[in-house]
Write a protein of this length. Structure first.
Lengths: 389, 224
């Protein structure tokens, strides 16, 4: 047997080009469905895990997929309507759930800015790798990937992306101080910038900070009464929240009308979840969705498409196997003289078949190993699909 | 080989079956025997019967005291690998193996000591004048060099019998002469019996004995 192994090895080496081509063809035919299958499985698992860990989402009526994908995976969507902070207060008043605000309409250097409260970090089990949670207005805490990719850490600064570069009515980019960095979680949280919901309202331009109206240049005061002051747009607002100017940040108007994109509700019990969901959907101008149901619906469609690609993969493997069989069949015919020689000089009767068998199995084994290695490398090199969903 | 009969009917033809009869043919150790006869007379068949590639329909074929005709397929192959060296007209070297690996082929396919065989291969290569060519594949060897490698392969297992089927048929006269010299010398030196099929009658004087395959059968009754 070792002699035949040696012959198979020498034959493969002597015909390295052919052997390599065969191996690569088989490896490719295996790699495509294998990688797709593993990715789909992982994708399915990650999506479901995050959805199942999120009991209830409340947002503006509209597309429930947009609401869920934005709130769970930070997928940007222009179509999400905002709800008011009062909605959150109303939900809280029902006493059936812990309600966590979510505001997600901005980005900082391309990463989604998730404005929320400190309960969110507890709920998602976000542990600090360095620094602190973004408790103060104007500060942010970075997901692990953001910190690594931007090479930022506590004490550094990160600018928000201005929404309208040429609209001077819109607030400029906010210079946010990095308060901390969360440990990796292998979830969309790794690719997000977290800040307090008040910081989002600064980004919206609803909250702002500037010099005290009593101390500014009189030329900038347009009108002044006992209870209000109208100031010229020429007054420059602060583009950074510092300890010195933090107290000057304020809102105009009713704070209960400040916008949120969603409320993440964590009911105290299953009964509370049911009552809260039905109550919201029946009585309030809001929609409450169970993320796991939404994702199940979504994946149902996705996996119908996957089944088709699985079939394509099976055909690809069958076609490749047929071609490989043909190659070996033709090769064995070309090697008739060699097999006759082996037979004549006293090789075992099964030597010819064993030799071809070893070559087929060797080729398959190397191809399988390469496809497994390529799949592992692909999975490692590909960005986290769920995170980039 | 005694009272041996071999018959073969080619399928799909109405021609009379091919028959080979051998009343008594023995080769002693170190003896060199040339086998002649016209094409189709059974020279190659005789070689294959001695090698155990073919089995007779009746009679005895004995190799070094072992009745080949009574052995099963597996044992005959094992006998062939260890006790018979074969040299063919077309050399039949494996094109993807080096000269050294071709020489070692019977050992790799059998159960011989590879390390010891490697030493023998180097000795044989030196004797046969191909020592510097051991790493070359057959395509990079001349016809004469290929046949020398084939001879080394036949002798590597120190066989009791060396069977050659027109080994000089594809060689120019000068190379054929030197290849034959080597074959005869090596067989005698190693005490191996040599049976060589040849059409080249100019070589016959150099053998201990010459047999005509047509005369191996029982004496025919004179026709009245």
């Amino acid at each position: 047997m070792s002699g035949l192994l040696y012959l198979a090895w020498r034959h493969a080496r002597a015909h390295a080009g052919r052997s390599l081509l065969l191996i690569l063809c088989i490896a490719l035919a295996l790699w495509v469905p294998l990688t797709a299958g593993v990715l789909a499985k992982r994708y399915n698992r990650d999506l479901r895990t995050r959805a199942e860990s999120t009991p209830l989402l409340v947002g503006a009526p509209g597309n429930r997929y947009d609401l869920t994908l934005a709130a769970l995976y930070y997928r940007p969507s222009e179509r999400i309507e905002t709800i008011t902070y009062r909605s959150l207060e109303n939900l809280q008043d029902e006493g059936r759930a812990v309600c966590i605000p979510l505001h997600q309409r901005f980005t900082a250097r391309g990463y989604p800015v998730v404005a929320t409260s400190v309960e969110y970090a507890e709920f998602r089990d976000l542990r600090l790798a360095a620094g602190a949670d973004p408790l103060r207005i104007g500060t942010c805490t970075l997901g692990a990937d953001v910190a690594e990719e931007l090479d930022l850490g506590p004490g550094d600064y990160l600018y928000s992306d201005p929404t309208e570069l040429y609209d001077i009515a819109r607030p400029p980019a906010l210079k946010m101080r990095v308060a901390g960095v969360y440990a990796p979680t292998s979830s969309p949280d790794d690719g997000a910038v977290f800040c307090d919901v008040r910081t989002a309202w600064v980004l919206e331009g609803i909250a702002h900070g500037h010099e005290n109206a009593d101390e500014i240049d009189e030329e900038l005061v347009l009108t002044k009464t006992d209870d209000s002051v109208s100031i010229s747009g020429a007054l420059i607002e602060y583009a950074e929240v510092t300890e010195a100017n933090e107290a000057s940040f304020h809102y105009h108007g009713d704070t209960s009308l400040l916008p949120l994109t969603a409320v993440l509700a964590v009911p105290h019990s299953a009964k509370d979840a049911t009552l809260l969901k039905s109550g919201v959907n029946a009585r309030m101008p809001l929609q409450a969705v169970t993320p796991s149901s939404v994702i199940d619906d979504l994946l149902g469609v996705v996996f119908k498409v996957k089944a088709f690609f699985d079939l394509v993969g099976v055909f690809l493997i069958i076609t490749t196997a047929a071609l490989v069989a043909l190659v070996f069949l033709l090769s064995s015919r070309l090697r008739t003289a060699e097999m006759r020689t082996l037979d004549r000089i006293g090789a075992p009767k099964s030597a010819s078949r064993t030799l071809i068998g070893i070559e087929v199995l060797g080729t398959l084994a190397v191809a399988v190993l390469i496809s497994l290695a390529a799949t592992a490398a692909t999975l490692r090199l590909l960005p986290d699909l769920v995170a980039s969903f | 080989m005694r009272d041996m009969t071999f018959r073969r009917q080619d399928s799909g033809t109405d021609a009379a079956p091919f028959e080979l009869h051998v009343k008594d043919l023995s080769l002693s150790a170190g003896e060199t025997v040339a086998c002649i006869g016209p094409s189709g007379a059974g020279k190659t068949t005789l070689v294959h019967l001695f090698a155990g590639i073919l089995t007779p329909d009746s009679g005895e074929v004995t190799l070094a005291g072992q009745r080949l005709d009574q052995l099963g397929e597996r044992e005959r192959r094992a006998q062939r690998a260890s006790r018979v060296g074969l040299v063919f007209q077309e050399f039949e070297l494996l094109d993807y193996l080096s000269a050294l690996d071709n020489m070692l082929l019977p050992i790799r396919l059998g159960r011989g000591d590879l390390a010891a065989a490697r030493g023998r291969a180097h000795e044989l290569a030196e004797t046969l004048g191909v020592k510097g060519l051991l790493r070359r594949v057959p395509q990079r060897l001349s016809q004469g060099e290929r046949q020398r490698v084939a001879i080394a392969r036949a002798l590597i297992a120190s066989p009791a019998l060396v069977l050659c089927d027109e080994p000089t048929g594809n060689l120019d006269p000068k190379t054929a002469d030197s290849v034959l010299d080597l074959l005869l010398a090596q067989s005698r030196e190693r005490d191996a019996a040599l049976l060589m099929v040849t059409h080249d009658h100019s070589l016959l004087d150099r053998f201990d004995r010459v047999i005509d395959v047509r005369e191996l059968g029982p004496a025919k009754e004179p026709t009245p």
